[in-house]
Design a protein around this ligand. Structure first.
Ligand code: NA7
Length: 543
C-alpha cells in the first residue's frame, strides 16, 4: 500500500491531491466503490463529469425514460437496511425515481463529501517509480492515487452521427443521452426523432402526445414487448422484501442475474399450439422475460424465427395501416439486439399526428435550417431528437488518455478491439481496475448485481494487497489472451453475436467488430472470478 496516509488538499490548489484510490464516475458503480473502499479504511476521491450522482440516470432524462429491469431487482443489495427502507412505486421505475434513489443512497452514506462534480478526467498516467496513477481533469485539477478504478458506465458516450447540415438547423437539437435537466416541453411543436432503438421506443409515445406532429426516421425496426407497467402492489412488494435474501440469491444463479420465469422447453421440441400459448402468456405478462419462453431461442435460428414471427403478428394486429405495420416489422433475429420494452409504442403509429419515415435504403440526405430532407422530400420541424444511441463499452475509456509506465496508450492496445482479463483489468496497465468492462457480463445482465460483484472483487483485491504489503498488480498477458479467447469462443455459439448491434460495435463506423460482453452467464463468470482469488490471484503478477 502507499507510503502515506492520503490527505486531501484544497480543491483549487495547484498541488496534486493524494489518495489511496481514485474512482472515475459517480453512477451506481462509483458510488458503491466509494462506500466499500471507505469502509475498508482507504482514502478515496471520485471524479465525476456531471453535476450530480446517478450516471446513466443522471444523463438519460428523455421523456419516458425507464429501466427495463423490474424495480425490485434494479437496486443495491449490499445493505439489507437500504433495501428494506426504500419503496419503489412502480413495476418499472422511471428515470426520476431511480435518480431520487441514487441521491438517497448518496445522502444515506454521506458520499458527496468525497465526490468532485464537474470534473471530467482527460488524462491518467501511471508512474512505475512510485506505482501510482496521476489523473488530470479538463479543468487542470490533478489527483494521484495508488489505484485507479473506472466506473464510467457501458452506455455513457453518446453516438452523434454527422448529419450534413445539422449545424445549420435553426431549431433545438437534443440527444436522448444528454437530455437537459430542466426537461423539454414539445407542446405544439413539430418534432423529428432520428432512431428507433430502446431510447426512441420509450420516448416516441410520450413525445407524440405533446407534439403537434412527430416524424420518426427509422433505419432499422426493432422488436419491442409491452412493459405492462403498473403501480407496485404494496403486498407484493412487502412479500419480496420479506424474502429479499433468497430472492437476490436465486437471481444470481440465473444467466442474466434476473429473476424471471424461464421455461426449459425447446421451441423446436413443441408444437405450434404450445408455442403460441407460451408466447401469448409472455406477451400478456410483458417485458424482457419474453425471451425466456423457450430455452433454444438464442441458439436455434428456426426456433428464434417462431418468436420473431409471433411479435410481427402482434405488430400487424396493433397497427392499422398494413404498410406501416410492415415497415415496423423487424426481420432479423429477435433478442440479437437488446430486446426493447415499451408502453404503447406500436399503437402510437395509429395516431394522425405521427409519420414514420423509412430511411433504410436511402439515408437522411441533409438537415436544412428548417428541417430534415429525405429522398428529396422536406420535413419541416421545430426540434430534432437524436435517439442514436452510444459508442458502447469502449468509448468512455478511450476518451481518457490512459498511459502506462512506458507511455503506451490504452486506446492503442484496444485498436483492434477491447482486450481485458475478466473485464476487470488489462495487461500492461497495472493498478487499474475497470467496472463492467468488455469481457464481463455487464450489459447482458442486471447491471446492479453485476456492479456489486465487481466492486466487491476490486475492493477485496485492494485489501488483500494492503494485507500482503503489495503495491503493484498487473494481469499477465497470457491470462488476458486466454480470457479473450474464451469470451470470443462462448460468443460464437450464441445467435446474439450474429447481428449488427452495439454489442459488436456495428453502430459506429470503423469500430472493430468484436462481441464485447461476456456471454457465458453470470454464475459461470462469478465462479471464474472466485477461482482466480482462491488461486492467490491467478493470472496476475503482484509485487
Ligand atoms: P440504440 O439501441 O443503439 O439505437 C440507436 C438508434 O439510432 C437505432 O435505431 C439506429 O439505427 C439509429 N441510428 C443511428 N445512427 C443513425 C443514422 N445515421 N441515421 C438513422 N438512424 C440512425 O440506442 P438507444 O439509446 O436506443 O439504446 C441503447 C441501449 O440503452 C439499449 O440497448 C438499452 O440497453 C438501453 P440502426 O439500428 O443502427 O440502423
Amino acid at each position: 500500500m502507499p507510503d502515506t496516509l492520503a490527505h486531501e488538499v484544497a480543491r483549487k490548489s495547484t498541488e496534486t491531491a493524494v489518495f489511496d484510490v481514485a474512482v472515475i464516475g459517480a453512477g451506481f458503480a462509483g458510488m458503491y466503490m466509494l462506500h466499500r473502499l471507505r469502509q475498508a479504511g482507504f482514502s478515496v476521491v471520485v471524479l465525476e463529469a456531471g453535476s450530480g450522482v446517478g450516471g446513466t440516470w443522471y444523463w438519460n432524462r428523455y421523456p419516458g425514460a425507464r429501466c427495463d429491469v423490474e424495480s425490485m431487482q434494479y437496486s443495491y443489495q449490499f445493505s439489507d437496511e437500504l433495501q428494506q427502507e426504500w419503496d419503489w412505486s412502480e413495476k418499472y421505475a422511471t428515470q426520476p425515481e431511480i435518480l431520487r434513489y441514487a441521491n438517497h443512497v448518496a445522502d444515506r452514506y454521506d458520499l458527496l463529501r468525497d465526490i468532485r462534480f464537474d470534473a471530467r478526467v482527460t488524462e491518467a498516467a501511471f508512474d512505475e517509480s512510485t506505482a501510482r496513477w496521476t489523473l488530470t481533469t479538463q479543468a487542470g485539477e490533478r489527483v494521484t492515487a495508488a489505484f485507479c478504478v473506472t466506473a464510467m458506465g457501458c452506455l455513457s458516450s453518446a453516438n452523434k452521427p454527422t448529419f450534413e447540415g445539422l449545424d445549420s438547423f435553426t431549431g433545438a437539437v437534443y440527444h436522448t443521452g444528454h437530455w437537459p435537466p430542466e426537461g423539454v416541453d414539445f407542446t405544439g411543436q413539430r418534432v423529428g426523432v432520428i432512431g428507433t432503438g430502446s431510447s426512441a421506443i420509450q420516448a416516441i409515445p410520450v413525445i407524440a402526445e405533446q407534439a403537434s406532429h412527430l416524424f420518426v426516421y427509422q433505419r432499422t425496426p426493432n422488436y419491442t414487448i409491452p412493459a405492462r407497467n403498473a403501480p407496485l402492489d404494496p403486498h407484493q412488494r412487502e412479500a419480496i422484501k420479506r424474502d429479499y435474501p433468497n430472492f437476490r440469491q436465486t437471481a444470481k444463479q440465473t444467466f442474466a442475474g434476473i429473476n424471471f420465469n424461464f421455461n426449459d422447453e425447446s421451441a423446436a421440441g413443441v408444437d405450434e399450439r404450445r408455442r403460441q400459448e407460451e408466447y401469448e402468456a409472455r406477451w400478456a405478462h410483458g417485458g424482457v422475460s419474453f425471451m425466456g419462453a423457450f430455452n433454444d431461442l438464442l441458439f436455434n435460428a428456426d426456433s428464434n424465427e417462431t418468436a420473431a414471427e409471433f411479435v410481427r403478428s402482434k405488430i400487424r394486429e396493433i397497427v392499422h395501416d398494413p404498410a406501416i405495420a410492415e415497415l415496423l416489422s423487424p426481420h432479423n433475429v429477435i433478442g440479437c439486439k437488446r430486446l426493447c420494452v415499451d408502453t404503447g409504442y406500436y399503437a402510437t403509429y395509429n395516431r394522425p399526428n405521427v409519420t414514420l419515415v423509412d430511411v433504410s435504403n436511402e439515408p437522411i440526405e441533409t438537415i436544412t435550417p428548417k428541417g430534415i430532407r429525405v429522398k428529396g422530400e422536406k420535413y419541416e420541424v421545430d426540434a430534432i431528437v437524436l435517439a442514436t444511441g452510444f459508442d458502447a463499452m469502449t468509448s468512455a475509456l478511450n476518451s481518457i488518455d490512459f498511459r502506462n509506465g512506458e507511455g503506451n496508450a490504452l486506446s492503442e492496445k484496444w485498436q483492434e478491439g477491447p482486450r481485458t482479463y475478466l473485464g476487470l483489468t488489462m495487461a500492461g496497465f497495472p493498478n487499474l481496475f475497470t467496472i463492467t468492462s468488455p469481457g464481463s457480463p455487464s450489459v447482458l445482465t442486471n447491471m446492479l448485481p453485476s456492479i456489486e460483484q465487481h466492486v466487491e472483487w476490486i475492493s477485496d483485491c485492494i485489501e488483500y494487497m494492503r494485507n500482503q504489503g503489495r503495491r503493484r498488480i498487473e494481469a499477465t498477458l497470457d491470462a488476458e489472451n486466454a480470457w479473450v479467447e474464451h469470451v470470443t469462443e462462448v460468443a460464437g455459439g450464441n445467435l446474439r453475436s450474429t447481428c449488427s448491434s452495439w454489442y459488436v460495435g456495428a453502430n459506429i463506423p470503423g469500430k472493430p467488430r468484436v462481441f464485447m460482453p461476456y456471454i457465458g452467464g453470470f454464475p459461470m463468470y462469478i465462479e471464474k472470478c472466485e477461482e482466480v482469488v482462491r488461486g492467490g490471484y491467478e493470472g496476475f503478477d503482484l509485487s
